[in-house]
Design a protein around this ligand. Structure first.
Ligand code: ADP
Ligand code: MG
Length: 703
């Protein structure tokens, strides 16, 4: 959509069919890779460079180092023994010979290599039978004197159906249409000067067509100033887009919950334990937010078992005290039900009415709950996604709490907010405060990028008296020993989990593996009551089994990773995770969090298949060394990179075109400063930067 407030924005949308050579077929191939506009091609950056600006004497070639060579054909040999092959020996003034070797070739090619012909070629030499050889070099037969390249040649990520030469040509044509600095540049001059980074135009030209003296090592590492310039603008755009969502939300009003907090105090005093310092601090932060007439947008990060629920319950009491409602939404029925039981136990003695709304509440019961929710008789409502369904209308929702937020998308979070506003959110609407909780901490630097629209609190302390889970890594061959270990633990009245994972994580295959593990363990441990849960079972069956385990009528639970989130069985003290080397750190940490919730010494056995990759070794070692979710998250970032850490599903964070958070996270503080400045001084420019890089994704703002 073209916008009338600036040329730079219009350029964004110029279609690729304006380029010569882009017909419908090519356009379709490009579109399949998300390349629709000229700007998309400008931002399609090379992944490699080839230096054809100089010739290397054959004698000076080194194995493994790509180079350009020019020489005269001395001998040609065709072989057919095992497969067709063509060997062309060329020599140059350096009195050395290089062999060009081809396994696929056409007759016309053979004809080109007549002895005496001059050939210029580029490739990476390796040691061959007689000196160095290059397999399938890119080459050209030279008939007249021919100039060397002026710039390094870009190598672009391959696009199916478009040859590398055509792609390079298309991107070159698009670059020829780059507007001048004035039309293209959005960052104010003063800002650019203080950053000492090139203009956008200069940056793009440098990255696509680096001059021959460019710092190639920096370019390949992605740390060249030209690349940092592009990264900075992209990170800035994403950050601004989140900030604008936040600003838009904060235009709304919210009920100021500024009561004395007596109900929350009564809850706190009735608890069988004292709050940790961290719980106390985070509650005070929330309480301060809730007293404002604008919606709170706060994320509470806290490791498994850090006690987020009670903090949420105290926050809810601030709403109830004000005569309003609070809702708590959890991603699974089991988890929601666990919350329900906790909250009823805590709140009913205070005279607070807690209602339950999940998918399985149907018919008359559902109608009754809906009536209570609508009348306001239900002061606290606990449930699953069912809370967001049509027909659920609150009387006066003041606080929406979302647990394990990484399991929900941004949209679902907003949908619950909209419930509070009667489903329609105008600018002057009154919306509920939002509290989201997650046990999947993400590193501080990333939190800044992923949650720029939220304030972040951390419960970074576990309640006292927890014994850390002893973690060991064992090769899968030692599986039989574990049978005895389970027998021992269960004989002492404890419970155990056996978690099945597989390389192929299609539900069906994993379910089968879990099924056969279940059968094998049942046979090996006839005296134990063994249960099974996996993703292919009906929700009702899954819940029944989980409940039996929670109630202690099962000793051993064989499960897939469906048990990852939130279930609290304090008596479970042993967990065995099969193929642990296949799982990421965050997932291992979540799973391990299922044990060690009571006071008994617990252990976690990570079974692996040898041989371990270096990465897997490091992961298992990290698990053995620490229980701190924040440390594990930092390590995860280091080992995996943020792409996997922050799936779009998890955070609503878009994927980047040029930025790489593992590499570029250091720019984030600067990004935040620039954003502050732009939002204060030139919000129109902020808009245009978002439009250029994020474009349609800004629709979250009105979602
Ligand atoms: P999570 O942060 O993983 O959601 P929960 O809120 O489920 O953790 O709390 C885990 C367990 O710890 C619960 O049984 C809860 O009652 C208990 N708990 C919470 N806070 C404290 C505390 N300060 N001292 C002791 N136990 C606590
Ligand atoms: Mg929890």
């Amino acid at each position: 959509m073209a916008r009338k407030d600036g040329r730079a924005v219009d350029l964004n949308t110029q279609s690729l069919s304006s380029l010569p050579g882009v017909g419908p077929r090519v356009a379709e191939k490009l579109a399949a890779r998300g390349l629709l506009t000229l700007q998309d091609l400008w931002l399609q950056l090379p992944r490699q460079y080839e230096d054809r600006t100089a010739l290397t004497p054959i004698r000076a070639l080194q194995p493994g180092v790509a180079a350009q060579v020019e020489g005269t054909v001395e001998a040609v040999e065709r072989g057919f023994r095992y497969r067709p092959s063509l060997k062309v020996a060329i020599g140059d003034g350096s009195h050395a010979t290089l062999v060009l070797r081809f396994f696929h070739f056409r007759a016309a090619q053979v004809a080109q290599f007549s002895p005496g012909a001059r050939v210029r070629c580029y490739g990476t030499p390796r040691a061959g039978g007689h000196g160095l050889e290059i397999v399938h070099p890119s080459y050209r037969v030279i008939e007249h004197e021919s100039a060397l390249g002026e710039q390094l040649d870009p190598v672009y990520p391959a696009i199916e159906g478009i040859g590398p030469a055509s792609l390079r040509r298309l991107i070159g044509l698009a670059l020829d249409k780059l507007p001048d600095d004035e039309a293209l540049e959005l960052l104010p001059r003063a800002m650019r000067d203080s950053l000492r980074l090139p203009s956008l135009r200069e940056a793009l030209l440098t990255v696509h067509r680096p001059p021959r003296d460019a710092d190639v090592a920096a370019l390949l590492a992605g740390t060249h100033p030209a690349q940092r310039r592009l990264v900075l603008e992209e990170l800035l755009a994403h950050h601004l887009s989140l900030r604008r969502q936040r600003i838009a939300l904060q235009q709304h009003r919210a009920p100021a919950l500024a009561g004395k907090g007596r109900l929350a105090e009564r809850l706190r005093d009735a608890l069988p334990f004292a709050l940790t310092q961290a719980q106390h601090r985070v509650f005070e932060q929330i309480r301060h937010d809730l007293a404002q007439p604008h919606p709170m947008l706060r994320l509470v990060q806290g490791d498994v078992g850090s006690g987020k629920t009670v903090v949420a319950a105290m926050a809810a009491m601030l709403a109830v005290e004000a005569g309003k409602q609070a809702a708590l939404m959890a991603p699974t029925e089991l988890l929601a039900e666990q919350h329900l039981n906790n909250l009823r136990g805590w709140l009913e003695p205070l005279g607070v009415r807690v209602a339950w709304l999940a998918g399985k509440v149907t018919g008359k019961a559902r109608a009754a709950v809906l009536a209570e929710v609508a009348s306001g008789d239900a002061q606290m409502v606990v449930g699953t996604h069912a809370l967001m369904q049509e027909g659920v209308a609150f009387n006066d929702l003041a606080l929406a709490i979302v647990d394990e937020q990484h399991r929900f998308g941004v949209h679902q979070r907003l949908a619950l907010r909209d419930k509070g506003a009667g489903g329609r959110v105008g600018v002057d609407a009154v919306v509920p405060h939002q509290l989201v909780m997650t046990a999947t901490p993400i590193p501080r630097t990333l939190a800044m990028a992923a949650y720029a629209d939220l304030d972040v609190s951390a419960i970074d302390e576990l309640p006292p008296g927890r014994t850390p889970v002893q973690t060991v890594a064992l090769s899968a061959e030692r599986r039989p020993e574990l049978i005895e270990r389970i027998r021992g633990a269960c004989a002492e009245g404890r419970q155990a989990y056996w978690v099945c994972t597989l390389i192929d994580d299609s539900d069906e295959v994993v379910a089968q593996a879990a099924q056969s593990t279940f059968e094998a363990l049942s046979a090996a441990l006839p005296e134990l009551r063994v249960g099974l849960v996996h993703g292919r079972m009906k929700a009702i069956e899954k819940q029944a089994t989980m409940r039996a385990f929670k109630d202690g009528t099962l000793d051993l639970l064989v499960a897939t990773t469906v048990i990852e989130v939130g279930v609290d069985v304090a008596n479970a003290s042993l967990m065995i995770i099969e193929n642990a080397e296949r799982l990421g750190l965050a997932q291992l940490h979540q799973l391990r969090g299922r044990v060690g919730r009571g006071s008994a010494a617990s252990s976690c056995v990570l079974l692996y298949q040898s041989p371990l990759s270096l990465l897997a070794k490091q992961r298992l070692e990290t698990m053995r060394q620490t229980h701190d979710g924040f440390v594990i998250a930092e390590k995860d970032l280091e080992l995996r990179g943020p792409g996997e850490l922050l799936g779009t599903r998890q955070t609503g964070l878009a994927t980047f075109r040029v930025a790489d958070l593992a590499r570029d996270a250091g720019l984030l503080p600067q990004v935040r400063e620039l954003a502050d400045q732009l939002l204060a001084e030139s919000p129109d420019i902020a808009d245009r930067i978002v439009q250029r890089w994020v474009g349609g994704a800004a629709r979250y703002a009105s979602a």
